[in-house]
Ligand binder design. Structure first.
Ligand code: SF4
Length: 245
């Protein structure tokens, strides 16, 4: 789809471009929390009234003091002007470029310095059911991006009964073969409307972290309630941003 909003955090000197829409249709997409609808994942919040033109985005970005430009979604790599904006950010603004989150379906990309990739499942059948896409495509892209020198982080949503601890462990073991230094974040599932799954318990989360630390040096976790997920600015001032377009 396209970018519709720019936010700025002057304290941490970053700006974020927000894209609407996604290539996946994950039934457990946390964007559904925003609307409370059991709608199409990735489109689970209202369509913005208007989208930003590429020139307008560039003008706004030239007016702020930043050292990093993040791209978020939905899935930011589906925005058609992303390649040009990455080139502009790298070569004109000379700032670091990072996909604040991505499903990994279009990695690697030129002029991209970093990406935080959501790896959804290890089991191939589960991956297909979860995302509608083959697991191999995403994991191959991750490997290729790592080999291209893009600074990667990975995350997974731990969903008991769907993406269980054994799958989380297998993903950690696979990442460790690339590099045990890749940061790995385990998120406890936040129940979304219309889905049968429950959040993991604190004990399950703790076991998952302990298990993954056998493979990776940097493993952390979070388990938010839906209220907390909808008010991240109240928990972390990196989310305390001002909309500039
Ligand atoms: S890839 Fe992420 S944003 Fe897209 S539908 Fe799945 S969970 Fe939602």
């Amino acid at each position: 789809m396209a970018f519709y909003k720019i936010t700025h955090n002057p304290k941490y000197r970053f700006a974020t471009l927000h894209n609407y829409g996604c290539t996946f249709r994950c039934p457990v997409c946390s964007y559904k929390l925003r609307s409370g609808e059991d709608g199409k994942a990735g489109h689970a919040y209202p369509r913005p009234e208007q989208f930003l033109k590429t020139d307008e985005i560039k003008q706004k970005l030239m007016q702020v003091d930043i050292e990093t430009l993040f791209f978020m979604g939905g899935e930011p790599t589906i925005a058609p002007d992303l390649p040009g904006l990455l080139e502009f950010a790298s070569n004109t603004l000379k700032v670091r470029t990072c996909l604040g989150h991505t499903n990994g379906s279009r990695l690697p990309m030129p002029n991209l310095d970093g990406a935080n990739v959501g790896l959804k499942a290890w089991d191939e059948k589960t991956h297909l059911e979860y995302t509608g896409r083959e697991k191999k495509l995403i994991f191959d892209n991750f490997k290729e991006a790592h080999e291209a020198g893009i600074e990667l982080k990975a995350n997974v949503v731990y969903i008991p009964g769907f993406v269980d601890c054994d799958q989380v462990e297998s993903i950690a073991a696979w990442l460790a073969e690339l590099s045990p230094e890749i940061p790995f974040h385990i998120m406890g599932y936040i129940p979304v409307p219309g889905q049968p799954f429950q959040s993991p318990t604190a004990e399950q989360m703790s076991d998952a972290v302990k298990t993954c630390r056998k493979y990776l040096t940097h493993v952390n976790s979070s388990q938010l309630s839906s209220e907390q997920a909808l008010n991240l600015a109240g928990r972390d001032d990196r989310f305390d941003v001002k909309r500039i377009a």
